[in-house]
Design a protein around this ligand. Structure first.
Ligand code: SAM
Length: 217
């Protein structure tokens, strides 16, 4: 059984070995990931592995992403402190927690109610007050609070859902895995003069985005 101090050391080690050496440079992001207690976003049985270099199961057939993937996707969004971000696929809520410390307002949509409720409880327990959670099909976005300066999709989709492009502000950035159900390319899109300009960052593997503008099942 690890104590608080052990987790702190594991977390610092994760930042040094998995993030800095792979090229994550955003100082604020490195600081935030060095502080957020990732082990509290996984089950007790998984806690000793919470800072390891791989994704972990979180129940309902879903996963918490590898720490490096969380860092990479967040860095690509280039969020500023006054900006608003939409996340699709709350999952454990860990990525949401990272966003809440790097942007002003975070809106997150999760399709599986039990995961959304669990994550919401953790946000309350940890005192995060700038996060709004919705249960629903995130492939449709969350039009009520649009436009967003950043949109992050943490599930793989066959294409960029049209509603998400609409809900992105001018100069807004979107990060999304696009491809087949078992492997995808991580795509960064930027809306410039109303048009989405995209580039491929790297290969990745995410669970499928299931919804009207994603996969059927
Ligand atoms: N970011 C999460 C974390 O830090 O734990 C990991 C997310 S997990 C890889 C992908 C999540 O997307 C799952 O919880 C899944 O239920 C959710 N998901 C899949 N399709 C969705 C949809 N259409 N709308 C909202 N959430 C969806």
């Amino acid at each position: 059984m690890f104590n608080k101090e052990d987790y702190k050391i594991l977390r610092e080690n994760m930042v040094e070995v998995q993030l800095k050496t792979r090229g994550i440079k955003d100082e604020k992001l490195l600081e935030v990931m060095g502080q957020i207690p990732r082990h509290l976003f996984v089950s007790e049985q998984q806690r000793s592995c919470a800072y390891e270099d791989f994704p972990l199961p979180i129940g309902e057939g879903q996963t918490i992403s590898q720490p490096y993937m969380v860092a990479l996707m967040t860095e690509l969004l280039r969020l500023k402190e006054h900006e608003k971000v939409l996340e699709i696929g709350t999952g454990s809520g860990y990525q949401t927690a990272v966003l809440s410390k790097t942007a002003k307002e975070v809106y997150t949509v999760e399709k599986i109610e039990s995961l959304a409720l669990k994550a919401e409880e953790m946000f309350k327990e940890l005192g995060y007050q700038n996060i709004k959670v919705k249960v629903g099909d995130g492939s449709e976005g969350w039009s009520e609070y649009a436009p967003y300066n950043g949109i992050i999709v943490t599930a793989g989709s066959p294409k960029i859902p049209e509603p998400l492009i609409k809900q992105l502000s001018e100069n807004g950035r979107i990060v999304i895995p696009i491809g087949g159900p078992f492997s995808q390319d991580l795509i960064l899109g930027e809306k410039i003069k109303g048009e989405l300009i995209t580039k491929t960052i790297c290969g990745c593997t995410f669970v499928p985005l299931i919804g009207k503008h994603g996969w059927d099942k």
